[in-house]
Design a protein around this ligand. Structure first.
Ligand code: QAP
Ligand code: CO
Length: 170
């Protein structure tokens, strides 16, 4: 097990589109374990491989209160189940200290593979739905701040660059 380093916005590597995973082997199982450890240590409720600079389609999510509901989703996709949307206050381990509202479909159907290559198909709503959509966005090179106004994006970028400079000159 190992904790992985998390890329911070506006790192251009967060814009990489991740490749499908063809074979779920020991390497992917190790990656999933390391991603889960990294997410729990943060602590966070979701992490995409893109955020740890691995550009393959795998995410880990656990929206439970007590870290009891880990989901590892490989090659995940979703479709909205109705037109209803919901607005949530989102955050991101790649944009620490920044939270803002994003509107997304509420009820979704999720398809993915599990760690034993099994097919997973399930419905999600509420926080789990938001979190899965947020993490799939990462695999497509998107960050939640992309949904905010240009003005807010600019302010967030300035804040993040300033904080990165401060960390570098400690
Ligand atoms: C995505 O985000 C998410 O700013 C997962 O200082 C978040 O785990 C989906 C975190 C909210 C839906 C709603 C953020 C930790 C964790 C921070 C996270 C921070 C420390 C974010
Ligand atoms: Co994120």
């Amino acid at each position: 097990m190992a904790r992985l380093e998390i890329l911070h916005y506006p790192d251009p590597r967060l814009r990489t589109v991740a490749k499908p995973i063809a074979r779920i082997d020991a390497r992917i199982q190790q990656l999933a374990a390391d991603m889960a450890e990294t997410m729990y240590a943060a602590p966070g409720i979701g992490l995409a491989a893109t955020q740890v600079n691995v550009h393959e389609r795998i995410i880990v999510v656990d929206v439970s209160e007590d870290q009891s509901d880990l989901r590892v989703l490989i090659n995940p996709s979703f479709e909205p189940l109705d037109v209803q949307t919901k607005t949530y206050q989102e955050g991101c381990l790649s944009v620490p200290g920044v939270y803002d509202e994003v509107e997304r479909p509420d009820r979704i159907l999720v398809r993915a593979q599990g760690l034993q290559s099994e097919s997973l198909v399930f419905e999600a709503d509420g926080l789990l739905s938001v979190c899965i959509q947020h993490e799939i966005d990462h695999l497509d090179g998107k960050v939640f701040v992309d949904y905010l106004s240009r003005l807010k994006q600019g302010r967030i970028q300035t804040k993040m660059v300033k904080e990165a400079r401060q960390r570098a000159t400690l």
